[in-house]
Design a protein around this ligand. Sequence first.
Ligand SMILES: NC(=O)c1ccc[n+]([C@@H]2O[C@H](COP(=O)([O-])OP(=O)(O)OC[C@H]3O[C@@H](n4cnc5c(N)ncnc54)[C@H](OP(=O)(O)O)[C@@H]3O)[C@@H](O)[C@H]2O)c1
Length: 228
Amino acid sequence: MRVGIVGAGRIGGNAARLLAGAWHEVRLSFARDPSKLDALVGEIGERASGGTAAEAVAFGEVIVFSVPWDAIPLALGQAGDLTGKIVVDTTNQFGSGPMPPVGETAAQFNAGRMHGARYTKSLNTLTANFQAEAAGRQGAERVVQWICGEDGAAKEIVAGLIDDAGFVPVDLGGTAGCAVMEAPRRAGAVYGEEYRLAEAQVVADAVRAGKHIPPTPQYYEPASTQEG
Ligand SMILES: NC(=O)c1ccc[n+]([C@@H]2O[C@H](COP(=O)([O-])OP(=O)(O)OC[C@H]3O[C@@H](n4cnc5c(N)ncnc54)[C@H](OP(=O)(O)O)[C@@H]3O)[C@@H](O)[C@H]2O)c1
C-alpha cells in the first residue's frame, strides 16, 4: 500500500521503516528540520520519499499521523483535506493545545477534528524504543498494538499494516470506549504496558462488555530473581 506519514519522528519514523521493510511505499512529511527528513528517506531507501504534509496525504491510501499533541492543529492545517483517507492517529495528549473535554476520549476528540477521515487510533501505547525493539517477534511473544475506531473496514486495513509491521493487532472497539489505551499510564489501563494476544483478547472482551480489565500481565521475571 501507499502510506503517507505526517510527523516522521520517533513513532512515525519507526512505522515508516517497518512498513517499507514489508514492501509498502511511504512518503514522509512534516519536519521542522528538513535535513532529518531527508536523512530518514535516504536511510529507508527506494520505497521512501519525502514531501509536504499535503503531498503525504495525497500519496497515502493510509496516513500515519504522528506529531506532538501541541503540533496537531498546525499539522492538520498543512495536511489539508483528509476526506476518505484512512488515518492512524498515534498521538497522546501530553503538552499544550486544545484538550478533549471531560468525558470524551482523545480519540473521539481527534476524530472530530480530522473531518471526513476514516479515523483509527493505534501505535500509541508503547514507547518508540520498545516498538522498534519488539517489532517482528514471532509466535506467542508477538506484541499487541491496539486499534480503535468506528470504521470496521478501515480497522481491518490498519490491522493488516500492523501485522506487516511485526505486531499483532487487537481491536478494542469504538473511540468512545478506548480510554484504556490512552495516556496516562495507570492501573486498570493498557496504556504503557506490553500485551500479547492471549491476554489482550481477554481485555478486549472486558472493554466491549463495559467491565474492568484484569491486572496487567507480567511477561518477565522480576530482576532480582534473574540469573547472572
Ligand atoms: N515517543 C514515544 O515513545 C511515543 C510513543 C507512543 C506515542 N507517541 C505519540 O506519538 C506522537 C509523535 O511522537 P514522537 O515521539 O514520534 O514525536 P517526535 O519524535 O518529536 O516527532 C515529531 C515529528 O513532528 C515534526 N514536527 C514538525 N513540526 C513540528 C512542531 N511544530 N513541533 C513539534 N514537532 C514538529 C518533527 O520534526 P523535527 O524532528 O524536524 O522537529 C518530527 O518529525 C506524539 O503525539 C506522542 O505523544 C510517542
